[in-house]
Design a protein around this ligand. Structure first.
Ligand code: AMP
Ligand code: GLY
Length: 427
């Protein structure tokens, strides 16, 4: 069969790598893709915001399955439009993508279906938001309702910080994303990302991972899309996974079906493992980036039958095998990220890293110039993944890969996996 993958990040290179290994895959196209995905299939120059153009491409290339990587096209309704055109599409409808597109939607769903999450209030004006904050006290969490590219969450340690964030959001500091504000209880615990494949009715657990959102070593500096990750997350024991499936994922699927927006695709639960058990921080409606880069190398089964089963509503017939090994990815970013990254510098010796044992390199913001040199073309540029029996071993391999790459204008965190490695040392 012919498959079209939408997206161009490290997540999509990892997905393209997994999909291209499938016995079912004849031709794989990636739109728009990056120089890494071009090694797994054929990059296609299509404007993915133009759903008519995507449909026309699918007809021309006889595409049997479209897999949507990022949330933007999903929130814009690409799955609805492709499905209406008779093209099988992996990824949620626009209505179901509200789980990521609107924090208020998700919080109301949690309230209605008793899904454990932080206590909250919703506001459309600054005065009532400030009154709520004054009544609740600090620390407290202030969130813009809409998609704000990871910048819509302010962890306010004091009332002043909380009021400042409220004024910034209602003052238009985040555009229309801040027209509504959600204010939440600050939960204490260890964070983990958990992924489940869903077909509208059934959910199949994928695996867990731990992300590193802050730009600097020791979890310092501003938030980013993610500077590294490892899988599995040690806090997600089998017993915890069973609780998450029962207390969070299952009622979410039931609630979405009851609301007439059954969820098909990857449900990505950002969790806080608190003293009272797992609580939902937020949902995303797609694989995480860089979490996908550590999940795909651990997946031993063919991914394509599972994606098809999710589209066809028969996920209960699928089981997936996972490697017992740990995977860890380090993100190499261009200097300036997460502010304004310096692009255009030359990257060399990726092949030296990729040739190391148990090391993989996935591209994100790279591009090839006319002479064939590889250039930095974005904030997060490369993912170097190591596999090993322990997170410590995977970490050592990943950094060996990082050190083999010649890119003086890039930087990375040197402590990805520190929590798990510390845990392993302390036994
Ligand atoms: P979000 O964009 O909602 O995932 O929030 C970004 C980060 O802020 C999360 O990964 C958490 O570290 C933190 N966070 C968000 N909401 C809460 C909360 N209610 N309590 C504690 N930490 C939170
Ligand atoms: N790494 C977090 C995300 O993909 O949203």
């Amino acid at each position: 069969m012919n498959i079209l993958l939408i997206g161009s990040g490290g997540r999509e290179h990892a997905l393209a790598w997994a999909i291209s290994a499938s016995l079912l895959c004849d031709r794989l196209f990636i739109a728009p893709g990056n120089p890494g995905t071009a090694q797994c299939g054929e990059n296609a120059v299509i404007d993915i915001a133009d759903h008519g153009a995507v449909i026309a491409f699918c007809r021309l290339q006889k595409i049997n399955l479209v897999v949507v990587g990022p949330e933007g096209p999903l929130v814009a309704g690409i799955a609805d439009n492709l499905t209406a055109a008779g093209i099988k599409t992996f990824g949620p409808s626009k209505a179901a993508a509200q789980l990521e597109g609107s924090k208020a939607f998700t919080k109301e769903l949690c309230a209605e279906f008793s899904i454990p999450t932080a206590g909250f209030g919703r506001f459309t004006d600054a005065a009532s938001a400030k009154a709520y904050v004054a009544a609740q006290g600090a620390p407290i969490v202030i969130k813009a309702d809409g998609l704000a590219a990871g910048k819509g969450v302010v962890m306010a340690e004091t009332l002043d910080e909380a009021n400042e964030a409220i004024e910034m959001m209602f003052g238009g500091g985040l555009g229309s994303a801040g027209a509504e504000v959600v204010i939440e209880e600050w939960m204490i615990g260890e964070e983990a990302s958990f992924f489940a494949l869903c077909d509208g009715t059934h959910a199949l657990p994928l695996a867990s991972a731990q992300d590193h959102k802050r730009v600097g070593d020791g979890d310092t500096g501003p938030n980013t899309g993610g500077m590294g990750a490892y899988s599995p997350a040690p806090v997600m024991t089998l017993a915890m996974e069973a609780r998450v499936m029962k207390e969070i994922i299952a009622p979410t699927l039931a609630g979405m079906a009851q609301r007439g927006a059954p969820f098909q695709g990857v449900l990505f639960a950002g969790l806080m493992i608190t003293a009272q058990g797992p609580k939902l921080i937020e949902y995303n409606v797609r694989l995480g980036d860089p979490e996908c880069e550590v999940l795909m190398p651990r997946l031993k089964s063919d991914i394509v039958p599972a994606l098809l089963a999710a589209c066809d509503g028969v996920l209960d017939q699928i089981t997936l095998r996972w490697s017992e090994e740990a995977a860890l990815t380090v993100v190499l970013a261009a200097r300036g990220y997460p502010g304004k990254p310096e692009t255009g510098s030359v990257i060399k010796d990726i092949d030296k890293a990729a040739a190391l044992e148990n090391v993989l390199v996935f591209h994100a913001g790279t591009k090839q110039d006319g002479a064939g040199a590889l250039l930095a073309a974005g904030g997060r540029v490369l993912n170097v993944v190591g596999m090993g029996k322990t997170v410590g071993e995977a970490q050592a391999r990943a950094y060996r890969g990082v050190d083999a790459i010649d890119w003086p204008e890039g930087f990375c965190r040197r402590d990805i996996g520190w929590q798990a490695v510390k845990r392993e040392r302390e036994g």
